[in-house]
Design a protein around this ligand. Structure first.
Ligand code: HT7
Ligand code: ZN
Length: 877
């Protein structure tokens, strides 16, 4: 295989202390990049030739210490520029031509609309100039940009603008110096014509810094919230972690063509427009919340990622897991902690648990990879954050903060490893994390079994916990690659509470550490005079990323739903009960009978509804049934048709039985006054729209008209979009009305058009796949734009299990066709779409045969990218 292994890591033979870049953008769409690198041999390792990475570069000239080397191309071997016998210190100059206008990969330097932008993480800098493209080489940059003044008035790079001037032919230039040494993946430059929102921020130590958000002309009224989020996150990082901005100027640039969400380039973040632009009439509450979190995430990277960076890409979770944990904590402090936690865990179960169970399984620090872009995964990010959260749980807030302080004290300005992070946490707190480190190297979702026993005579209650760590595709692959790996028990923090038969708490949250394969924990409850066994509330707040197996009775779950003091577990009990009953319904449907919704469930659900006013945002979560994908993941062989049928039946039955309660909610939670993305109002809108969703299952024309008027009259996108998606998924003539009106109104707002596409991609109606195919040739779609591909294609493949997994294989054939077409255009995006096939072996033989054929048709594509080859290769292995 083409795998790169962590064990092969070697420190670089050469350092690059200074980089001078001179970038000249020509009017015909190419650019010339002249680079001078101040090189210094790394005396700590054996001498070796200098090796530089480069991709899609036309090498024009090469010089060492000002002396030109003839035949520059002759120094390029296997895609690398190799120079032997260099003096221990020297200056290497290269000049290359690049073609940003033709760069559809959106990696390196590329064109989007009328401007030029960069994306260098993970390995895009090598598409700009010859360089040791690895994160442990840190350099100081001086960058001079030249371009036409009229077309590109904004010339930006990292750091501070130190000089600018005019040139002949209507051109101008600007020079930027970044005072901080950085790895090249944090390099950024922009040449464009943009509007700018300016602001300032005074740091805790009294420095005033300039803030700027750059957007496409005409969108200035859509960046106020992102600026607000930036200032909130700056203040939060000062308060919670004592971390201040270290720059004089912090810029965010929004771009419509971008492979991911955003990028934390030092002082010059580049963002997907999706995570910057918002106005009440075009962005939903969820969009606002995402913007808040992504702006915070990129800002937090300035310390966790930029000041302390990764030694190599195997350590990606060092910055990503930690920064996600930090943005989660920010979200919890800004919004409802319990609701944030519920959403995090729902996301983890939707994306990371299946990843751990599928062909792409890997630990948060993988030991090998073929294409690093494939490892910006739910495991590295979200499970990585869970691992950091467990450290936080084991150390407590103060211990964790001391660990963070020590981490920065030891490693500021360095490129380090996950081990260095754990060592700082351990050394600052005195908590032994030796066994805990296994979380970094072991893939898979541990199963945590629990058994309890109660002796009423003595009041002794015993909890036995057992962990099992099933083998994953990851270990099988390591073995094939000849890497030895020993599995072992993990250190699992298990937060426990106990309730009596009336739901009163008799043991407040206590964190147990399970370190062996099995552990027994005894509690003396004699003081409580219990007649019956207490009811355990296990794994409170989801204290570890595991799958808990405990035989709760249905009525125990109803008690926990109603009374647990741990809000997360109140929600969890409802999900557990719903999952169990819905899976029983699926089994009934498969056996040829009809499923039924038990009264106990309707009653438990009604009890949550009755208390909904106390916390609408929580109620909206608690009243959302487990997804079709989640139900499928619990089955040995996934049956998407039966699952869809049962989930639809549950929703309709709840709506029928609780109609008046839902209707009352609609009235009670009408939000008065102008729209504001405030937590309380957001919760009420979520609850109200959830109620409308249930009511729309009743096929009642009066309710459909109610949805239509909400769709037409809403003054904000949250309410408009909620009604729109319900109408667009309803089998009535109003569907076309809503689809046409929505498009006509919003066709010039790219991000709203994405919503229009995504809604059609998730349709449960029978023509969904045909519609998606038609939309591929609609003026609204563009294969070159990742947001459009994600909205239409990935949403269909990842969020429409009913139709993507159609029994006739049509969903798979469609996806394979798009992936084959997309691969030469943008392999990163093609590879993300290909991940939709991760679960293919979980389906019946008929579906598997179609999926295999689809995967093989991708595998056999001549010139297939390494990105897609890795994903498809693993799926077929
Ligand atoms: N650190 C950023 C990663 C990223 C990225 C990676 C591969 C290809 C394109 C990309 N754009 C951004 C995002 C983050 O975690 O903050
Ligand atoms: Zn990140």
């Amino acid at each position: 295989s083409r795998a790169i292994h962590l064990r092969d890591y070697r420190a670089p033979a050469w350092w690059v202390d200074e980089v001078e870049l001179d970038v000249s953008i020509a009017d015909d769409g190419h650019a010339e990049v002249a680079a001078t690198l101040s090189l210094r041999r790394n005396e700590a390792v054996p001498a070796a030739p200098l090796q530089l990475d480069g991709e899609a570069l036309e090498l024009l000239a090469l010089a060492v210490d000002g002396r030109a080397l003839p035949a520059p191309a002759s120094f390029v071997r296997d895609g690398r520029l190799e120079l032997a016998d260099l003096p221990a210190r020297c200056r290497l100059s290269t000049r290359v031509r690049i073609r940003p206008d033709l760069n559809t990969t959106l990696s390196g330097f590329y064109r989007s609309k009328d401007g030029y932008f960069t994306q260098c993480e993970a390995e895009g800098f090598r598409r700009i100039t010859w360089f040791p493209d690895r994160p442990d080489v840190m350099s100081r940059y001086t960058v001079t940009l030249h371009a036409n003044r009229e077309r590109f008035p904004d010339l930006l790079a990292n750091g501070n603008r130190v000089a600018e001037g005019e040139e002949e032919g209507g051109r101008h230039w600007a020079r930027w110096v970044d005072p901080f040494p950085k790895p090249c993946y944090l390099f950024a430059m922009v040449a464009a014509k943009l509007d700018r929102l300016d602001d300032t921020f005074t740091t805790a130590s009294g420095r005033t810094v300039d803030l700027a958000i750059y957007v496409e002309p005409g969108k200035l009224d859509q960046c106020g919230f992102a600026m607000h989020a930036l200032k909130k996150s700056m203040r939060w990082d000062e308060r919670r972690f004592g971390l201040e901005l270290d720059l004089d100027r912090y810029m965010i640039v929004a771009v419509g063509d971008f492979n991911m969400g955003a990028m934390e380039n030092k002082g010059l973040n580049i963002f997907n427009t999706k995570y910057v632009l918002a106005r009440p009439d075009i962005a939903t509450d969820v969009d606002y919340m995402n913007i808040d979190r992504v702006v915070a995430h990129e800002y937090f990277h300035n310390w966790t990622g930029n000041r302390v960076t990764c030694r190599d890409w195997f350590q990606l979770s060092l910055k990503e897991g930690l920064t996600v944990f930090r943005d989660q904590e920010y979200g919890s402090d800004e919004y409802s902690r319990a609701v944030q936690r519920i959403q995090e865990v729902r996301g983890l179960r939707a994306a990371q648990f299946p990843e751990d169970a599928g062909p792409m399984a890997h630990p948060i620090r993988p030991a090998s990879y073929e294409e690093i872009n494939n490892f910006y995964t739910a495991t590295v990010y979200e499970k990585g954050a869970e691992v950091v959260r467990m450290i936080h749980t084991l150390l407590g807030e103060d211990g964790f903060r001391r660990g963070m302080d020590l981490y920065f004290e030891r490693h500021d300005g360095q490129a380090v490893t996950c081990d260095d992070f754990v060592s700082a946490m351990q050394d600052a707190s005195g908590v032994d994390l030796a066994q805990f480190r296994r979380w970094y190297e072991q893939a898979g979702t541990p199963r945590l079994g629990a058994r309890t026993a109660f002796d009423a005579a003595t009041g002794r209650w015993t909890l036995t916990l057992e962990q099992s760590n099933p083998e994953t595709a990851y270990e099988r692959r390591l073995q094939e690659e000849g890497l030895r790996f020993e599995r072992g028990p993990l250190h699992i923090p298990v937060a426990l509470g106990l309730l009596d038969a009336h739901g009163r708490e008799i043991l407040p949250t206590t964190v147990l550490s399970l370190t062996e394969a099995s552990g027994r924990f005894e509690f003396d409850l004699s003081a409580h005079g219990l007649k019956a066994a207490p009811l355990p509330s296990l794994l409170r707040n989801f204290s570890a990323p595991v799958a808990l197996d405990y035989q709760y009775g249905d009525s125990d779950l109803a008690t926990l739903m109603a009374h647990d003091s741990d809000e997360f577990n109140r929600w969890e009990a409802g999900q557990r009960l719903a999952t169990r009953l819905m899976l029983a319904g699926v089994a009934q449907v498969q056996a040829g009978s009809e499923a039924a919704v038990p009264d106990l469930f309707v009653d438990a659900f009604a009890a949550v509804l009755a208390k909904a006013d106390a916390d609408p945002a929580f109620a909206a979560e608690a009243l959302t049934l487990p997804s079709e994908a989640w139900l499928g993941d619990q089955m040995t062989v996934i049956d998407p048709d039966a699952i869809h049928r049962v989930r639809t039946l549950f929703r309709r039955t709840l709506a029928e039985r609780l109609r008046s309660q839902f209707e009352a909610l609609l009235v009670r939670h009408e939000v008065a006054g102008a729209y504001a993305p405030e937590p309380a109002a957001m919760g009420r809108r979520a609850l109200r729209n959830l109620a409308l969703g249930y009511l729309m299952t009743l096929d009642d024309s009066a309710l459909q008209l109610k949805a239509l008027s909400q769709f037409r009259d809403a003054d904000n996108m949250t309410d408009q979009f909620a009604a729109f998606s319900l109408l667009a998924h309803s089998d009535t003539p109003l569907r076309e009305v809503a689809l046409n009106e929505f498009y006509a109104r919003w066709k010039d707002e790219a991000l709203v058009v994405d919503k229009w596409l995504a809604v059609q991609a998730t349709s449960p109606l029978s023509d969904a796949r045909a519609r998606v195919r038609e939309l591929m040739v609609h003026e609204a779609f563009d294969l070159k734009n990742p947001n459009k591909v994600y909205a239409l294609v990935r949403t269909f493949c990842a969020a429409n299990p009913l139709h993507f997994h159609a029994a006739d294989g049509s969903g798979y054939a469609y996806a394979a066709g798009v992936i084959r077409e997309l691969d030469p255009v943008n392999p990163q995006v093609a590879s993300r779409v290909a991940r939709a096939f991760d679960r293919w072996r979980r389906f019946d033989d008929g579906r598997q045969a179609y999926a295999r054929r689809a995967l093989e048709s991708i595998r056999d594509l001549p010139g297939l990218s390494a990105d897609v080859a890795e994903v498809v290769g693993r799926a077929l292995a």
